[in-house]
Design a protein around this ligand. Structure first.
Ligand code: ADP
Ligand code: MG
Length: 233
């Protein structure tokens, strides 16, 4: 199996608060991973560290086989860690064209990626006419423009209506089925169960479980978690 990302006692402190506390796990190619934990448990901070936008306080992470520096490695990563932000008066296609220029990737795959997220028929619509779900789907298309090895999503369905949530989850599953590794952060157990094959459960920055989703309830006593997505413990 090919390793995409390894965390080794990765730690982040904000003053007296240890937001991420010695996280250790490995992401293997082809799987769909969830980082599951209630709000404030350290999910976004963890993603921020491996994406090199948050400085780590301790431990380490390694992309791929460790032979590339982080800057090079991140060219093979697609990530959405903020609300989708595009130019409102430009079309979907024009916005992605701009992303290609900024990222220095070819614009030949724009329509292919719009198709992946079900927006090909809206390629000439202005971004400002898009629903929140469509904006999020455009962000996913944007993150796929470089044909990443792994797609990282932070709370990809937050704020969406049930139909929008369903669409995003189906798109993530399709992307995974085509061989792209996925890492998503979520506070929803139900989201992880529906989308992910593997999960890392964290609370207050500490890892409670890392393993297969279909083994977490039976073997680790997390069954009661089903009762309440938000109050994980
Ligand atoms: P999650 O994404 O799981 O909701 P976060 O990673 O955003 O959690 O935050 C983890 C903890 O770190 C929270 O207690 C949060 O308030 C704190 N935190 C996050 N970013 C900062 C920051 N820049 N400065 C101080 N505390 C922060
Ligand atoms: Mg977060």
């Amino acid at each position: 199996m090919q390793t995409i990302l390894t965390l080794n006692n990765l730690t982040k402190r904000f003053g007296a608060l240890t937001a991420v506390d010695n996280l250790t796990f490995t992401i293997q190619k082809g799987n769909v991973y969830g980082i599951l934990g209630p709000n404030g448990s350290g999910k976004s901070t963890t993603l921020g560290m491996v994406l090199n936008v948050v400085n780590k306080s301790g431990g380490d992470y390694q992309w791929f086989d460790g032979t590339m520096d982080t800057h090079e490695a991140l060219k093979k990563v697609g990530a959405i860690i903020e609300r989708p932000n595009f130019y409102p008066y430009m079309t979907a296609k024009q916005n992605l064209n701009l992303v290609c220029k900024i990222k220095g990737v070819t614009n030949e795959k724009i329509e292919e990626k719009l198709d992946v997220v079900g927006l090909l028929d809206r390629k000439d619509s202005k971004f400002k006419t898009f629903s929140l779900g469509m904006k999020q789907r455009l962000a996913i298309a944007s993150a796929l423009l470089n044909d990443p090895e792994i797609l990282i999503l932070d709370e990809p369905t937050n704020g969406l209506d049930p139909q929008g949530i369903h669409q995003i989850r189906e798109i993530i599953k399709n992307i995974a089925a085509n061989g792209t590794t996925i890492l998503l952060a979520s506070h929803l157990l139900d989201e992880v169960e529906k989308v992910c094959s593997h999960v890392v459960i964290i609370r207050k920055g500490k890892m409670l479980y890392a393993g297969r989703v279909d083994e977490m309830n039976a073997s680790h006593g997390f069954f009661e978690l089903k009762c309440n997505d938000l109050a994980l413990l």
